[in-house]
Structures are given as structure tokens and as C-alpha cells.
Design a protein around this ligand. Structure first.
Ligand SMILES: [Zn+2]
Ligand SMILES: [Zn+2]
Length: 268
């Protein structure tokens, strides 16, 4: 059984629970390893990320919690490192690499803030061609491991987060498929696992995890690996539906990382 979860936000960024509340909840759930992944500082959008002058406090509190709960759970310190952030200013145990924006001109277009910004970016910067926008998004996504040095690829196809509410474009369009396949093909040789992110389910955006099943199957069929992530913003969603998606992954023959040690000793 999977007993680790390395994608968790707290009140240091846009989460709703304290770091210690997250630890206590994880212990109560029987988890053996957790990781804190505050949103890295993005100077062009301070609405959800960690405040620059709280980074030291974040580092010190997690260090203290590691020690305080060391007999109950192993705790790791990291960031969800945005593509456009500077490298972390404090030592980290690990990073999740995520593309939360596509830089268009001087604009940072949010990739997980609803369909509207995507539609507008296609209109304003790509002559109304939504697939040209998608190609740009996946061109950046393809570079996320090199740019961030991450250990986990966060919510790979997050631009589809709101598609159960409104289908912005046809997911089976060959241009769209070519774009994500090209990015996956570029990332596979790194050996860095892709998330199966259940946070979009627990927060009510979707009924299925990210990435979409077609992408999961393509990653698996081409030798890629996975890690379950709850992307929790609250103590009560840690390891959300991990039982279900672990079963799904194992039944599908996916390679699934099940510990921090395995994650760090992965082979490219
Ligand atoms: Zn994210
Ligand atoms: Zn996150």
C-alpha cells in the first residue's frame, strides 16, 4: 500500500491547514512519509505562492517538525517549483516541477486558473489558435525537469483542469495529441516520475486525476513512471483516493514510486 504523499500545501502558501495539522493528519492516516511542497515564490503573481520573507520560517518549522515527529513519520522539505521561479534560496530535500504559467509577451498566463485565460491568450497571442497555445504550453512543460531540477513532474496536463465544466477544445485533436506526446517523449529519458494528481478531484474540479487517462497510458507504454500526489491544500485531503488510484495503477501495470528513497535513487 502507498503510504507516502509529497504534494502538500499549508498556510505558508495557499493551503488552509498549518504544517503541524498536516503532519498530525498524515500520522492518523498511517502514512510513513510526507513532503511539504509550498508554491515557490513567483514575483509576477504573489496571490497563491509563499511570501518571500516567510521562506526561512517555512524551512525552520518543517525542520522542527521533522525532529518532533521523527518516531512517527518521516518528513521531507521541498517546494512545488514553478517553471519561472528562481531556484530555492534554502536547501531542499526534493522539488516538484510545475508549469503554472505560460509567458506570452510580458504576460504570465495562468495555466490552472480556468479556461478563460487560456482562451484569451490564444486570441491575444496566437491569432485565436488554441492549439498553438497548447503547443507553447507543452514546449515549456517539456523543459520543466531541466529548468527546475525537479524530482516529480507536477500535474502535467493542467490546462485541462476545467474541461469537465467546459470542453475548451477537442482532446482527441491530432495537433493536441502531437503536442503532449512530444513533451512526454522529451521528459521520459530523465527518469523523473509523473504525478497522478488527485487534488483536482478533492477540490471538486474533476472526477478523474491529472493527467488524463490517455496520457497516463502513453507514459506507461513508453517506460515512464508515476507517483501518487494529493496536492492537498487541507489536512483532510492528504492521500486523497490513493487506494483507488493505486489499484488502478497496479492493475494497469504502471511503475509506481512508493517511497522517498526510491524516488531519490531513480535511474534516468
Ligand atoms: Zn501546482
Ligand atoms: Zn500543488
Amino acid at each position: 500500500m502507498i503510504t507516502c504523499d509529497f504534494h502538500m500545501h499549508t498556510t505558508y502558501c495557499d493551503g488552509h491547514s498549518s504544517a503541524e495539522e498536516m503532519v498530525l493528519s498524515a500520522v492518523a492516516l498511517g502514512l510513513t512519509e510526507i513532503g511539504f511542497s509550498a508554491h515557490s515564490y513567483t514575483p509576477f503573481d504573489e496571490s497563491y505562492c509563499i511570501n518571500q520573507n516567510r521562506i526561512t520560517a517555512y524551512y525552520e518549522e518543517i525542520a522542527a517538525l521533522k525532529e518532533k515527529y521523527k518516531d512517527q513519520i518521516r518528513i521531507f522539505f521541498g517546494f512545488e517549483q514553478d517553471y519561472y521561479s528562481d531556484p530555492p534560496p534554502v536547501p531542499v530535500d526534493y522539488l516538484i516541477g510545475s508549469v503554472h504559467y505560460v509567458k506570452c509577451g510580458s504576460d504570465y498566463v495562468p495555466t490552472d486558473g480556468g479556461n478563460e485565460p487560456l482562451r484569451n491568450a490564444a486570441r491575444d497571442y496566437f491569432g485565436g489558435d488554441i492549439f498553438a497555445f497548447c503547443e507553447e504550453y507543452y514546449r515549456i512543460e517539456a523543459d520543466v525537469v531541466r529548468r527546475t531540477g525537479c524530482d516529480i513532474i507536477g500535474h502535467f496536463d493542467t490546462i485541462t483542469k476545467y474541461f469537465e465544466r467546459e470542453m475548451l477544445f477537442d482532446l482527441t485533436d491530432e495537433r493536441y495529441r502531437r503536442a503532449w506526446k512530444k513533451a512526454i517523449d522529451a521528459l521520459l529519458p530523465t527518469g523523473v516520475p509523473f504525478e497522478i494528481n488527485t487534488g483536482t478531484i478533492s477540490r471538486g474540479y474533476r472526477s478523474n486525476p491529472l493527467p488524463n487517462y490517455e496520457l497516463l497510458d502513453y507514459i506507461a507504454a513508453n517506460g515512464g513512471s508515476f507517483i501518487l500526489s494529493s496536492d492537498s491544500h487541507h489536512a483532510d485531503t492528504i492521500a486523497f483516493r490513493f487506494d483507488r488510484y493505486e489499484r488502478y495503477a497496479r492493475d494497469s501495470g504502471f511503475v509506481l514510486f512508493d517511497s522517498f528513497c526510491a524516488l531519490k535513487n531513480r535511474k534516468p
